[in-house]
Design a protein around this ligand. Structure first.
Ligand code: SAH
Length: 398
């Protein structure tokens, strides 16, 4: 069967990053292939002197191959079952698979789980699968079978949410929808004992930002008695935790009216008796610019990825600087600022420098209380540092 797999030969000395197990091969590293390869096809990678080094999915963009294995092994159903079981076992060890207080978690985090191009989020008894490459999309039947075999009766449906992430979704006929089980598009999940309605059909990403779970808990810890502003709130994750933590008031801001509706819905789900919460559908930059000074003593800034590519880095850093400068200028004395960046193209140091510049403009006394990142169900493959995308700082502002 291996005879059918095309061989791609690297240019001389271009195997170094692969020897250090980095899972991406860029087009510039490739010398030739023994036959033309198609987007999504499995290919074997050879060094310039003819040594096998890796096997992976061919892509159409600047990443020519995403490595799935450094062995010459068949990527069949039993391989997928083993990879998914390995990821599941880690989540089991993290205490996430049978926890009634938290029944949503990330099962597969792309390169962090040795599966570039694949994201799988678990929402209670539903799995939402997101393919970022044609190779992964083509493997969805195997992935579905492997998931069903791993979870058994605990899973009742698998949903494909790849239209927005696949480079050529329309051309290859990818449509979001049920892959297996009962057709459903939303569910109420638990996170640290709080309830959230997750709608994977309508929502952003797979429906919920699972990666902020631990950082939301920290907001809850500091919220007591504070007036909280949650910008870029999406479905109100930080707001709900702040309210449980005893915030005096919470204001949630997002440019999407739908997000504000969902945030308000989630607040009602958790506090049917009513709490001091206000949702505002508006641009967060405008809101921060126009709001009064001394109105809030806990502010959360969790914008979308401003830089999707390295080219956009300068603009993104400027965006971070602008919103942070407003927050520093206006937060009450003794206020706490939670500020985040989820741009993969911006590293921890660049983000910290942008926040540093913003602090310097305000002239306030600012101290770092916590340095935050993504939780353990979004693991970072040490050979793929790009996987560390979520960066956060908790700052005490005097
Ligand atoms: N903090 C959220 C996730 C934020 S995702 C959580 O914990 O779930 C980023 C959000 O920013 C999205 O909901 C998007 O609608 C919103 N957004 C994007 N640009 C915006 C802008 N200019 N002003 C306000 N919200 C914006």
């Amino acid at each position: 069967m291996n005879k059918d797999i095309p061989r791609i030969y690297l240019k001389k000395n271009k195997e170094e990053s692969l020897k250090r197990f980095h899972p991406w091969i860029f087009t510039g590293a490739i010398a030739r292939s023994d036959r033309p390869v198609n987007d999504g096809e499995i290919a074997d990678i050879y060094t310039s002197d003819g040594q096998f080094i890796a096997r992976g999915h061919c892509g159409a963009g600047s990443i020519a191959v995403r490595v799935l294995t450094f062995c010459q092994e068949s990527l069949d159903l039993s391989w997928w079952k083993r990879r998914i079981l390995t990821a599941y076992t880690l989540r089991e060890q993290l205490g996430l698979t049978k926890n009634p207080d938290t029944d949503c978690y990330r099962l597969i985090h792309g390169e962090g789980d040795g599966l570039p191009g694949l994201v799988i989020d678990i929402y209670g008894r539903y799995a939402v699968v997101q393919a970022h490459s044609t190779g992964i999309y083509d493997a969805l039947p195997l992935i579905t079978e492997a998931l069903v075999s791993c979870y058994g009766e605990r899973l009742i449906a698998i949903y494909n949410k790849s239209e927005g992430t696949l480079p050529h979704a329309l051309e290859i006929g990818c449509q979001d929808g049920c892959l297996w089980g009962v057709p459903a598009h939303s569910s109420v999940v638990f996170e640290n004992g709080l309830r959230f309605e997750v709608n994977w059909r309508e929502g952003q990403k797979t429906g919920f930002f699972i990666d902020q779970r631990e950082n939301r808990s920290l907001v809850g810890h500091y919220a007591s008695g504070r007036d909280v502003l949650n910008t870029f709130c999406y479905t109100g994750g930080f707001s709900v935790y702040a309210l449980r933590g005893g915030a005096r008031s919470v204001t949630s801001v997002d440019s999407s009216g739908k997000a504000i509706e969902l945030a308000e819905h989630n607040v009602r789900l958790n506090f049917p008796e009513g709490v001091s919460h206000q949702g505002i559908a508006t641009d967060a930059f405008d809101y921060l610019r126009a709001m009064n000074e001394d109105q809030f003593d806990l502010i959360i800034l969790d914008p979308p990825a401003f830089a999707k590519h390295h080219r956009a880095t300068a603009n993104a850093l400027n965006g971070y600087k602008r919103i942070n400068a407003q927050a520093f200028r206006k937060i009450r004395k003794g206020g706490i600022l939670f500020t985040f960046s989820c741009s993969q193209a911006i590293n921890r140091e660049q983000f910290r420098n942008a926040v540093f510049s913003a602090a310097a403009i305000s002239g306030r006394n600012v101290r770092i209380l916590h340095q935050l990142t993504q939780p353990a169900d979004h693991p970072v493959n040490i050979y793929h540092p790009e996987g560390e995308y979520l960066k956060g700082l908790v700052l005490y502002v005097e």
